[in-house]
Design a protein around this ligand. Structure first.
Ligand code: SGN
Ligand code: CA
Length: 740
């Protein structure tokens, strides 16, 4: 098939007008939804299969294969899509979260590559990558998250257009329209038909308002999970069916909540988009049940358990109603392929950007590396190649899609793509070749929304290891035995029986991180779950805006933050006159400073000097190898240079910590210092090592200087200021006497 054709041959075919000779590669119809959990596809054979079947998506499975161990690399929308387009993990393609990222569309992506071979590329529906799509001959996409009701679509030529109707149906219509009347029938194609559904707020089409009425959807066993035997991070999230559904947005109730067990800060934007007639029909369908709930609440007839069950039913039914419309759309597309004679030459894939919690662990939403949201559906039909009814247990991931599409188009997979082509698996009906991967890497970088802790990890076919850098001690690790505990209800990382497994999984974790080039010290990361941190960030942004005459900046962690505390007098005496701004944030590692430099507001200031010291928390929190932390320091310097091009950077060696030169953390810091001094160029970046002013002749650090052997006391700040004063002067900080 396509995989055997050399790229050069394709390109030269292109030039002569004879595109692909007799070996025209297959068309690819990629149907992709948003937040569709495997459990809500009956072909996956899970607990909702009888109550809410998906007959059309199942047609793909009956004629092709279901991949049971299909996963994403980062369980959130934009990042998953960026992984798919680039074939690279988030830290490489740069789109690590939905919060602040903008996809760098100038980077290589599979649509761009295969477009060059003569494929036609088209995209309709949800995109959610902020920048405009590139590499598509045709596109029409939803702005941001898009809307279910009477949605707007961004137009390829610019501007937006509103369509009346229901989003899923409109996207299907657009896909069919492109197939029928917009494409060039002489060329193979990739069509990405990407739904918004079944994303929150799970607004169904009118025809399904009454579907499942009078039924009770089965509840997952862990709807009332108490999170015991796992990290406290689990209880800290804000995506709980019991506590976090919004009265209007999620539960479709009107007015103010009549019960404190509902949050209500989102309104119901979808309802507000309806016409008056649509609202009327919506209220006729949902109103009676909503009123009955209000009455039961008023009568005190809803205890916590009953209310959670009610919320779960309202949520899950709407979610599944949305899916029924997606399934209808899949049916219409498959029918069209059959009727038009395209079915034999067109590979059909159904997938979704990640999974979703359908009440498992008491949750909705995603983000965690637990199976329900880590898993992605992946069903494929390739007539004549994949044996109908195949089921694969191979570990596959969304970074594999780009290499797969390249391979199908007859191209070499570029060496820098991190995924692997799935074509060899397709050709063996889902059975992995012997050299197939044995584990998968996953990383979630944390966002304010839903408060899921930052974590990464590795999974094999049997075990899964999580690491949560911002938790403490043993709570940072979790280990699950997926055979004995498929619902992940008990972490066994402290169980002596799993000592060896834990050790082996840690080895694997560090191995995959190395394979994919993961150095956390250089991946910008916020600490937005910590309220004080975000507040300080915002306050400092305002300060930078209001202090255009700032001449001096300090960039770092708690040691610099301490100029607000034990170093206050020294600051006032030495730096206040320069309108200096303290950008030290206690507990920051290089990745946090990097994030602050990337997203902070610096356009109104141009200080003469920025003093930077960072890295000791990479050592202290994680014992990160010095070489990795040093690269984090380098990334901070580069970002500071980009943001403040006229500012001279004074990089300080990381201060000594621990009692003496034998202290293991001190030794790591010394190694960092050995590397980072080389980052100075003597022009824009200067370096000083003033560590001796804190130490005696034998390298001993006394408690008088640093009470906790890490943070300077008043005397320490005094010595610090004295040591750098001449250098600050040399770099342009001249004390002027104000004459007025
Ligand atoms: C929205 C949702 C969240 C969801 C994110 C990310 N809130 O912010 O519940 O986690 O999207 O979803 S809502 O206002 O839409 O209800 S993602 O699919 O884009 O990753
Ligand atoms: Ca999603």
């Amino acid at each position: 098939m396509g995989s055997g054709i050399a790229a050069g041959a394709l390109l030269s075919g292109c030039q002569t007008g004879n595109l692909f000779g007799s070996k025209k590669p297959p068309n690819i119809l990629f149907i992709f939804s948003d937040d569709h959990a495997q459990a809500a596809i009956s072909a996956y054979d899970k607990h909702l299969k009888d109550a809410a079947p998906t007959p059309n998506i199942d047609r793909i499975a009956t004629d092709g294969a279901v991949f049971e161990r299909s996963y994403c690399a980062n369980s959130i929308c934009g990042p998953s899509r960026a992984c798919i387009l680039t074939g690279k993990h988030s830290h490489v393609n740069g789109y690590i979260d939905n919060e602040r990222c903008r996809f760098n569309g100038d980077q290589p992506t599979f649509p761009k590559y295969i477009q060059k071979t003569g494929y036609q590329t088209a995209l309709v529906g949800k995109w959610h990558l902020v920048s405009d799509p590139q590499g598509f001959d045709y596109w029409e996409v939803l702005p941001g998250q898009g809307n279910y009701i009477n949605p707007d679509f961004l137009q390829q030529g610019g501007g937006k257009k509103r369509y009346s109707g229901y989003c899923t149906d409109i996207i299907t219509d657009k896909a069919l329209d492109w197939l029928q009347s917009k494409r060039d029938t002489t060329k193979p194609f990739v069509l990405m038909c990407q739904h918004k559904a079944p994303h929150r707020n799970w607004m169904p089409p009118e025809r399904y308002y009454d579907l499942f009425k009078g039924m009770d959807m089965p509840e997952p066993d862990s709807l009332f999970d108490d999170y015991k035997d796992r990290s406290p991070a689990l209880a800290q999230q804000q995506m709980s069916c019991a506590k976090d559904f919004n009265w209007g947005h999620d539960m479709y109730m009107h007015g103010e909540p009549t019960d404190p067990r509902f949050t209500n800060f989102m309104g119901n934007g979808e309802y507000n988009r309806m016409t008056d007639a649509e609202k009327k029909r919506f209220d006729a369908a949902y109103g009676p049940e909503s009123e009955a709930l209000k009455k039961a609440l008023a009568d005190g007839k809803m205890d916590d358990t009953q209310l959670t069950k009610w919320k779960y039913q309202r949520y899950i039914k709407n979610y599944l109603r949305c899916i029924r419309a997606v399934d209808d759309g899949v049916g219409r597309l498959l029918d069209y392929l059959d009727a038009s004679g395209l079915a034999d030459d067109t590979i059909v894939i159904y997938s979704s950007d990640q999974g979703f919690y359908l009440g498992e662990h008491g949750w909705f939403d995603k983000r965690w590396m637990f199976e329900e949201s880590f898993a992605m559906p992946f069903l494929i039909r390739w007539k004549g190649q994949i044996k109908p009814g195949s089921r694969s247990k191979a570990l596959i991931q969304n970074i594999d899609y780009a290499p797969t599409f390249m391979d199908l188009a007859g191209l070499q997979v570029p060496a820098d793509m991190q995924g692997r082509s799935l074509v060899p698996l397709f050709k063996r009906s889902g059975v992995a070749p012997v050299n197939w991967r044995k584990s998968l890497y996953y990383a979630y970088y944390g966002e304010r929304c839903h408060h899921v802790a930052k974590h990464d990890g590795v999974t094999t076919d049997r075990y899964k290891l999580f690491f949560m850098p911002d938790m403490r001690g043993n709570d940072r690790w979790q280990l699950f035995d997926l055979v004995k505990d498929p619902h992940e209800m008990k972490s066994v990382h402290m169980d002596p029986a799993y000592k060896q497994v834990l050790a082996d999984m840690k080895v694997e974790y560090y191995r995959v991180r190395k394979e994919y080039g993961v150095n956390s010290a250089v991946i910008p990361c916020s600490r937005n779950a910590q309220h004080w941190w975000m507040k300080r960030f915002q306050k400092k942004n305002k300060k930078c805006l209001k202090t255009p005459n700032c001449e001096l900046l300090f960039l770092g962690d708690s040691i610099i933050h301490g100029f607000d505390g034990k170093g206050k007098a020294v600051w006032n005496k030495n730096y206040a006159k320069y309108k200096a701004i303290n950008l030290g944030f206690g507990g920051d590692r290089t990745e946090h400073l990097l994030w602050r430099l990337k997203y902070g507001v610096f356009d109104k200031i141009s200080p003469k000097v920025a003093v930077m010291m960072i890295g000791t928390n990479n050592t202290g929190h994680l014992q990160t190898p010095a070489a990795e932390t040093a690269l984090g320091v380098k990334a901070c310097i580069d970002e500071a240079r980009a943001k403040l091009p006229k500012t001279k950077i004074l990089l300080l060696s990381v201060f000594p910590r621990g009692k003496d030169t034998k202290d293991p953390m001190r030794m790591i810091n010394d190694k960092i210092n050995g590397i980072i001094k080389g980052y100075a160029d003597g022009v824009n970046v200067h370096h000083m090592d003033i560590n001796n002013v804190f130490l005696d002749d034998n390298g001993v650090l006394s408690k008088e200087i640093m009470g906790d052997l890490l943070h300077p006391g008043p005397e320490g700040y005094e010595r610090w200021a004295k040591a750098i004063a001449p250098k600050l002067k040399e770099l342009g900080l001249i004390e002027t006497i104000a004459c007025r």
